[in-house]
Ligand binder design. Structure first.
Ligand code: GDP
Length: 439
């Protein structure tokens, strides 16, 4: 995951501070040196790292911090606040023009993730009840239109294309089309290049002046670190951008781009790409990102993910089952699928406080796959009433799922324990419905 190195180094520095109890000015200076190094190693630009540390030091060396009962805690709090401020304080949403459709112009270098993120954005808007239209303005790469159609179909969003007509004309016609068909968002997937060039900028400027986008979003690849920030600066100087979509934050990027973009360009990161799938798009919340970097987790995003994956109806159905104590292995399978839909187990864990301390080796996704295989090998009756699973049935299930009888026994035992727990809960006083709903 992104920020792993930075998180580790910062927590090591803070651990040393905590161990000291009372802090002197030189303790803080030493810690700030470590913070600065950690930022530089995460590929944060030199000036940004220097300014950041100066800012934190100024606040931390104040008498209030040094004389407080928990000085280390105060320093961490200041770092948290300053990290949040560095990334822009609060979330910045897409603009909504007075008269729809809103035109979102996606631009960026080739391979940054423009086409993928055009579709992810369409998918997100659709889930919010909008009617987006995707527009193929990349006429140079023959496969680009086809690629947009494929991802558009996955996002259940229509794609407007006019083959290799001029991109300015395509954008103009697409806007008219959207007005006719009631699309409230028009997402333009423009052409990319390997490097910034005059011709590309000229074309983007022409599109901009013709359709007056409400948002020009620059898509940049976080894996390219400082380069991503330089690209953002160049695009902003030449074209003027409204915000950035930072992609591939799921990879082992060091995270510097996320921390520097705002400070260098003055433009907010509006969304981050967290994977190749359509649902792997998150609005960018500076405070939550700061918490993730400091290993404090991001429980709010996790809850939101759970809420979009689990409908109210499903949650109520589950609450009802729990109340009647009729939770069976089918339900367990459903719950496992829902958690999986939220992302890989590692992704989910990384959002929990301290979750970034768990190494991928500790997470046994294969065990979960084995549990699923075992349940899949059971008949409908067996799933509803695991008590009927006798030794010969166990052998059949083990053979069918490629596991052993011990594995089957273990699952049945764990399920039995779970049922006991559920029983306790279902007899406990009510604390609002859907307690187990999402997870
Ligand atoms: P474009 O040239 O800017 O349109 O880039 P594409 O949308 O074709 O993306 C380039 C590659 O990056 C594709 O293989 C995508 O699947 C991949 N990609 C895009 N966004 C992400 C992301 O957030 N995470 C990961 N892991 N891969 C991504």
């Amino acid at each position: 995951m992104a920020f792993e190195g930075l998180s580790d180094k910062l927590s090591a520095a803070f651990k040393r501070l905590r161990a000291k109890g009372k802090l002197s000015e030189s303790d803080i200076k030493e810690a700030m040196r470590e913070v600065r190094l950690a930022l530089l190693e995460a590929d944060v630009s030199y000036k940004v790292a220097k300014d950041f540390v100066a800012q934190v030091s100024e606040k931390a060396i104040g008498a209030q911090v040094l004389e407080s009962l928990t000085p280390a805690q105060q320093v961490i709090k200041i770092v948290n606040e300053e990290l949040t401020a560095l990334m822009g304080v609060s979330e910045v949403r897409l603009k909504s023009p007075k008269r729809p459709p809103a035109v979102v112009m996606m631009c960026g270098l080739q391979g940054a993730g423009k086409t993928t993120h055009s579709a992810k954005l369409a998918n997100m808007l659709k889930k919010q009840g909008h009617r987006p239209l995707l527009v193929a303005c990349d006429i140079y790469r023959p496969a680009a239109i086809e690629q947009l159609k494929v991802v558009g179909a996955k996002a259940n969003t229509p794609v407007f294309e006019m083959g290799t007509a001029s991109p300015v004309q395509i954008a103009k016609k697409a806007l008219a089309h959207a007005r006719d068909y009631g699309n409230d968002y028009v997402i333009l997937d423009t052409a990319g290049r390997l490097h910034i060039d005059e011709q590309l900028m000229g074309e983007l400027k022409d599109i901009k002046s013709t359709v007056e986008p409400s948002d020009i979003l620059l898509v940049v690849d976080s894996m390219t670190g400082q380069d991503a920030v330089n690209v953002a600066k160049s695009f902003d100087d030449a074209l003027g951008i409204d915000g950035v979509i930072l992609t591939k934050l799921d990879g082992d990027t060091r995270g510097g781009a996320a921390l520097s973009v705002r400070a260098v360009t003055g433009k907010p990161i509006k969304f981050v790409g967290m994977g190749e799938k359509l649902d792997d798009l998150e609005p960018f919340y500076p405070d939550r990102m700061a918490s993730r970097i400091l290993g404090m987790g991001d429980v709010l995003t996790l809850i939101e993910k759970a809420q979009t994956e689990v409908s109210q109806k499903d949650a109520e159905k589950m609450a009802e089952k729990l109340k009647k104590n009729s939770f069976d292995l089918n339900d367990l399978l459903d719950q496992m699928k829902q958690v999986k839909n939220m992302g890989s187990l590692q992704q989910v864990l990384s959002m929990l406080p301290g979750g970034n301390q768990i190494s991928p080796d500790d997470i046994d996704e294969r065990r979960l796959a084995r549990i699923e295989a075992i349940i899949h090998s059971m008949t409908a009756k067996e799933r509803e009433k695991p008590a009927i699973i006798n030794p010969s049935r166990k052998r059949r299930i083990a053979a069918g799922s490629g596991t052993t009888v011990q594995d089957v026994n273990m699952l049945l035992r764990q399920f039995e324990q779970m049922q006991k727990l559920v029983k306790q809960f279902s007899h406990a006083p009510k604390h609002g419905k859907g307690r187990f709903g999402g997870m």
